[in-house]
Structures are given as C-alpha cells and as structure tokens.
Write a protein that binds this ligand. Structure first.
Ligand code: FAD
Ligand code: SF4
Length: 514
C-alpha cells in the first residue's frame, strides 16, 4: 500500500456498506477498523455483544477488501494493536503519511468528544462525515420542538410520517384517517397460541471468544460458541427481516405487549442489533414494511404495519433526537434521587419472581429481552425498588446486544426510570403485579401470588408499587396522569397503608432474597 492520501476510521457500529464512502474504489484511501480493549470493557458487556460486534466488523472488513478497497484491521489480540484509537492512528500516519483524515459522526456522545480530541491532536486536516443511516439529523428533533416544554413523541412521529410520506393517503392525511393503532395492540398471548420460532443463525465463534478470553475482557451472560445466533452480515440482516415480514409481522402489533413464560421473542423482529450497527438502514426497513403491508393486506392489517413502523420511524428517531438535544447532562439525571443498588440476581436470574427470572434469564442466555420485558418487568422493578439510574443504565448497556448509549440511555434513564422528570415519558412506567398478570402467564408459575399485597407470598410488585407512589408523592401528585393513583392512595385506610409500606420496607431490606 503506497501513496495513501486519506485515512478513514470506521467504528464497530458503522458497518454501513451502502455509505457513499464505498461507492468508488480509490487505492489512495485507507479504511481502518479497530477492536479496542477499552471500548469492550468500559461496562461489563454480554459476551454475545462483544462477539457479535467483532464478528460483524471482521466480515465488513473482508467485504470491503473483496470490493477492492484498502483496509487495515486491528484484531483485539494483535501485537501491533496499541489498544487505543490514537495510538493506532499515530502508527498509521507515520507509516502512510496521509494528507488528511476522516471519520463518521459517532452516535455516542463520549466517542464523539474523544474522536474530535484525538483527530485535533494530529497536525492534519480532518473531516467528519454523516453516517448516512438515520432519517433525521442530530439536531432535527431539537429544532422541531424549539420553544416547547413537552417533547411529545406522537407529534414528532406524525411529522415524520408526513415528511417522509409513510402510510399516507395525501400529503397531510394518514391512510384510513387514523394515525396510531396502539390501543388495538395490547393483547396477551392466548393459551394455546404458539408463535413461530425465532430465526436463529448458527455461527462458529470459538476463535473470537478465545481472543476475548486471552485479553481478559470481562463479560456477562453465556454463549454457544458453535452456534452463535445473531446476524453479523448485511445478507443475514436481510434474511432476518424477510423472516419477520413473512412470519412475525402479521401478529407483531397484536402481541407486542405480551409477556410469555415459554417464548423469548414472540412476534418481535430482533432486528435492533443489525439496525444499530448499521448493517441495514431504518429507511430500508420502513420502506420494506410498508411495501409488504401494501401487497399483503389480507395477512398484515394496517394496525400491525403502523405499530411496527412507529417503532422505527417514530421511537427510534425520537430517542436519537432526545439524546443529542439533552446530552451530556442527561446521563446524570436522577429525578427521584434513587440510591439503591441492583440485587445480585440481575446477574444470575436466581429469583423467586417468575417474571423477573424469565426476563433476566433470557437476557443472560440470548443478550435479548423484548420491549415490555425491559420496560414493565425489569425496568418497572428497578423503578419501584428505587435503584440508582447509574446502576440500571450500566446493566442495560452491558446486557443487551443492541445496547448503544444513544438508544439505551434514553430508553432506560428516560422512558423506563423517569429519571429525566418527564422528558420522554409523560408518566412513570410503573405497575403492580396485576398488569404483569394481565399480560402474561408468569404468575401461575410464581412463588408469589399477584393477588396478595401483604404476607410471605405477596407479590413484591404490589407493595413496592405503593411504596413508590407514597415516597414520590411530592414529585408526582401534580401529574394529571397520576391523579387517579393518588386519589386511590389517599382513599385507602391507614392500617392498609401502613401494612403495605411495612411489607415494602421488608422486601427492600431483603431484596437479595426476593
Ligand atoms: P421490535 O419490537 O421488533 O421493534 C422493531 C424495532 O423498533 C426495534 O428493532 C428498534 O429498532 C425499534 N424500537 C422499538 N422500540 C424502540 C424504542 N423504545 N427506542 C428505540 N427504538 C425502538 N433499543 C435498542 O435498540 N437498544 C437499547 O439499548 C435499548 N434499551 C432499552 C432499554 C429499556 C429499559 C427499554 C424499555 C427499551 C430499550 N430499547 C432499546 C427499545 C426496545 O426495547 C428495543 O429496541 C427492542 O426490544 C429491540 O428488539 P426488536 O428488534 O425485536 O424490536
Ligand atoms: Fe411477577 Fe408477581 Fe406475577 Fe410473580 S406474582 S410473576 S413476581 S407479577
């Protein structure tokens, strides 16, 4: 490799082969990908997450080489790897004497700061390019809500539908006249209903796991090294999404809030990992989902299509916009001043609570839980148990294969923990055991009884819920969406209140034993 004029850095979540960078083959441009130890261990990640990212990066580098691009790849255990972006770049600059450098906008605030600092430290001009992945620019949401107190997802979403003409009848009217079908989409799985199996890949990943172990990178969760299940190439991401369209899409919306003791991904697409490392783009997903619905309306109703498209065109872009509008302060918000520590069962799944055992157990096994498990089981538990949002964030960021700061933080600290005091959610997502029983078959298998509020077998979600309501009264009672719960609490007789609070105190004191 001689006469390199430009070095371009590609991060592990920037595997977008359709990026304009790759349109032309230029022997004077050198692409660089690096597996960096510090990036793999700044929180304890699930082993499948580290393996999935490294494997996808390695495939991506091979694909670039096959197309004729110049590529340098730093394996995690390579002797020449200095284990820092700066160290490796210094060596490359010394070796190739480029005239300029470039990188794509990182999606994570910390990395954005770090790369700007590193690139500024070289005596060379550099350019920051768009990752060409999202529908929206970083500051688009902040501009849309300028001067507004509330950042309502629904108004952002409707604007996105209009702007990008998705599921629209005219430039301003949605197909069928209705914007949102959320109310139709809240069903429990019927007793004998069997969802199609999850579409799993079977990759051999011993070499990557060996390298991770050689480098002493700490991790959580388990992995089957002869049968790694996640997609790591664009081709596989497209296969996974085609499977979703043919088999899961018809019931996606109907059962998107369902919780199950027997099935771990139900009708969910499991496309988030492929999306977040940019193997596939949100526009491709939305366009394909809309086209499929349009062609197969007898199999996929509008409520399924709208329910799915809202997650990508609405929630995903909205969360990214909130992140860039509110960082860096957002990462330290703690509206309730929670100080609790996560109990050890978050790393083992050993708990008597059946719903938590399932959500945590499958997270350790697959690095995945679906939205309602994250929000209404583990997230709900953390909120009502008063766990510090730093602890909650670190766990979510580590355990899920799709967890990247911009989307994990806004979902966890914002939507789930209400630590932002109501920027993302209009009220805290907390519930007693009754909600979990309504949406699942967990309670029938549980040591606890969802109907009991006090006593040895009382469902912990019940008393902890009321404890949450009582201890946060000053902060929440003026919230109109909480007024019914505060009216109920005030009407409750004093003895019942005391019994509930004592029960909750006891559970909080013995949280490790729950
Ligand atoms: P599906 O249910 O099939 O949905 C399709 C797609 O919609 C997802 O792949 C995702 O890209 C998008 N989507 C759906 N809901 C959201 C949302 N609230 N925010 C952003 N995108 C959304 N998602 C992540 O990608 N990374 C995270 O780290 C993450 N952490 C979360 C933490 C908590 C506490 C909660 C409540 C949610 C979190 N989510 C996160 C959002 C959501 O749970 C996941 O996107 C989803 O479970 C991924 O599985 P799936 O691909 O099967 O999703
Ligand atoms: Fe979860 Fe309570 Fe139901 Fe047990 S009884 S599964 S802890 S909601």
């Amino acid at each position: 490799m001689q006469n390199i004029k430009e070095i371009r850095l590609i991060l592990g979540d920037q595997l977008n082969i359709q990026h304009s960078w790759f349109e032309e083959i230029d022997a004077k441009v050198l692409f660089v990908l690096m597996e960096i130890k510090a990036e793999s261990e700044y929180v304890r990640h699930h082993i499948q997450k580290i393996v999935g990212i490294f494997k996808a990066m390695r495939h991506f580098a091979d694909e670039l080489r096959q197309k004729g691009h110049q590529v340098v790849y730093y394996h995690i255990n390579a002797t020449q790897n200095t284990q820092s972006f700066k160290g490796n770049l210094i060596k490359l600059i010394e070796q190739y004497h480029p005239t300029h450098l470039a990188f794509q906008e990182p999606d994570e605030y910390r990395l954005d700061q770090l790369l700007r600092e590193v690139f500024t430290s070289f005596d060379l001009p550099f350019q920051v390019h768009s990752s060409e992945h999202f529908y929206t620019k970083r500051d688009e949401l902040a501009t849309f809500f300028e001067g507004k107190k509330l950042y309502l997802m629904e108004s952002f979403y409707r604007n996105m539908r209009k702007k990008h003409q998705v599921l629209m009848e005219s430039s301003s009217q949605p197909i069928s006249g209705q914007w949102n079908y959320d109310k139709d989409n809240r069903k429990k799985l019927p007793k004998k209903h069997i969802p199609p199996p999850a579409h799993l890949f079977q990759h051999q990943v011993d070499d990557i796991v060996d390298a991770i172990q050689e480098m002493d990178i700490p991790s959580i969760g388990t992995i089957d090294t002869s049968s790694f299940i996640w997609c790591t190439t664009r081709k596989e991401a497209l296969q996974l999404f085609d499977y979703f369209l043919d088999y899961l899409y018809p019931y996606f919306g109907t059962y998107q809030d369902a919780l199950s003791e027997h099935y771990w991904s139900i009708y969910h697409s499991r496309i988030s990992f492929a999306l977040n490392i940019k193997l596939i783009s949100p526009k491709e997903i939305v366009d394909r989902a809309e086209a499929y619905w349009s062609k197969h309306q007898e199999a996929v109703s509008l409520s399924q299509a709208e329910g799915f498209i809202r997650q990508i065109l609405g929630w995903r872009e909205y969360m990214r916009g909130i992140y860039w509008a509110k960082m860096p302060d957002y990462a330290s918000l703690n509206f309730f001043n929670n100080q609790g520590k996560l109990p050890a069962f978050f790393w083992t799944g050993n708990t008597k609570m059946a719903c938590m055992r399932k959500a945590i157990g499958q997270s350790l096994k697959y690095a995945y839980a679906h939205h309602i498990q994250r929000l209404m089981v583990t997230g709900n538990f953390c909120s009502i148990a008063g766990i510090h949002p730093d602890e909650v964030d670190a766990w979510y960021l580590g355990i899920y294969i799709d967890a990247f700061d911009w989307v994990e933080l806004t979902n966890t600290r914002g939507m789930s923990q209400y630590a932002d005091g109501g920027v993302v959610a209009t009220k805290p997502y907390v519930s007693s055991g009754a909600y979990i029983n309504k949406m699942s078959d967990h309670c029938a298998n549980c040591h606890y009884n969802y109907k009991l509020k006090t006593g040895e077998k009382a469902c912990p979600f019940n008393s902890l819920y009321w404890h949450f309501i009582q201890r946060n009264e000053a902060k929440l009672s003026s919230n109109r969406r909480m007024s019914m719960m505060y009216a109920l609490w005030r009407k409750m007789n004093e003895d019942d209140k005391i019994a509930l609070l004592n029960q909750a105190d006891d559970y909080l004191e013995h949280m490790e034993e729950l």
